[in-house]
Design a protein around this ligand. Structure first.
Ligand code: ADP
Ligand code: MG
Length: 248
């Protein structure tokens, strides 16, 4: 469904150039839950940004359903990010002055004309409430982010990302700021959503304990993606293999 081909990306810092991606190929299947691991600074976020059209490659292509998306104009990329893609991040990026419900209603309210504001507001409220209930926050609808735990904030961010029924969810270190137990709960929730909502998930993580909940894991190293391992119910063995390969 989503295919990256020979992606190259560098950043200029002062006089010198940092080569981050040096020919990355990746083929993401519809419905798959894929994990990307790799050392800090290896280019995992950079890759996610290119795949999600948040940034453009210097060379190479990104295609969705065999159509190139890296060359789309700003408006079309905005539309893609609002309808087809969802994003969650390590630090949640919730709006502090809105409640959990308000945060989850936000994407649906953006882009509606005043004319049908009221009708769409009711509909958005209903859908946001259902989504928050689904992620286990039915009792936290009117809490603001500062009144929520880290795990609850990430659940809110997941509800916000999925309320518009995207086809692909990009998750950049979604458990990076959580304790082991809440982190595991979040990944299990993502796995549940992947199966229930048929949402394809691309998760960047440091935590090798968590990748066993996904279908496949690939590793960023030396500016390239190394061959992946497929999980077929024997996740822990493969995690050992990855550890031997010197990941994170
Ligand atoms: P990861 O997510 O694997 O930790 P990143 O993709 O964030 O890695 O970063 C890869 C490398 O690119 C790092 O060396 C980082 O410092 C550098 N980098 C990332 N974004 C920028 C930027 N906007 N400008 C300059 N350098 C950057
Ligand atoms: Mg990163």
């Amino acid at each position: 469904m989503l295919v990256a081909s020979n992606l190259v990306k560098s950043y200029k810092r002062n006089a010198h150039v940092v080569k981050v991606l040096q020919g990355v190929d990746l083929d993401i299947q519809e419905g798959e839950f894929l994990s990307i691991v790799g050392a800090s600074g290896s280019g995992k976020s950079t890759l996610l940004h290119l795949l999600g059209t948040l940034d453009r490659p210097d060379a190479g292509t990104v295609s969705l359903d065999r159509k190139r998306i890296d060359t789309l104009g700003a408006r079309e990329r905005d539309r893609l990010r609002n309808s087809t893609f969802g994003f969650i991040f390590q630090f949640y990026h919730l709006l502090p002055e809105l409640t959990a419900l308000g945060n989850v209603m936000m994407p649906a309210m953006v882009g509606h004309s005043m004319f049908n504001w009221w009708g769409s507001r009711q509909e958005a409220r209903k859908r946001a409430t259902e989504m928050l209930e689904r992620v286990g926050l039915g009792h936290r609808l009117n809490h603001k982010p500062r009144e929520l735990s880290g795990g609850e904030m990430q659940r809110t961010a997941i509800a916000r990302a999925l309320v518009s029924k995207p086809r692909i969810l990009f998750a950049d270190e979604p458990t990076g700021n959580l304790d082991a137990e809440s982190g595991e709960e979040i990944v299990k929730l993502l796995r549940g959503m992947n199966r229930e909502q048929d949402v394809t998930i691309l998760m960047v993580t440091h935590n090798l304990e968590l990748v066993r909940h996904s279908d496949r894991v690939v590793r960023m190293a030396g500016g390239k993606l190394e061959m992946g391992f497929k999980f077929a119910g024997s996740g822990s063995k493969l995690v050992e293999k990855l550890e031997l390969a010197g990941s994170t």
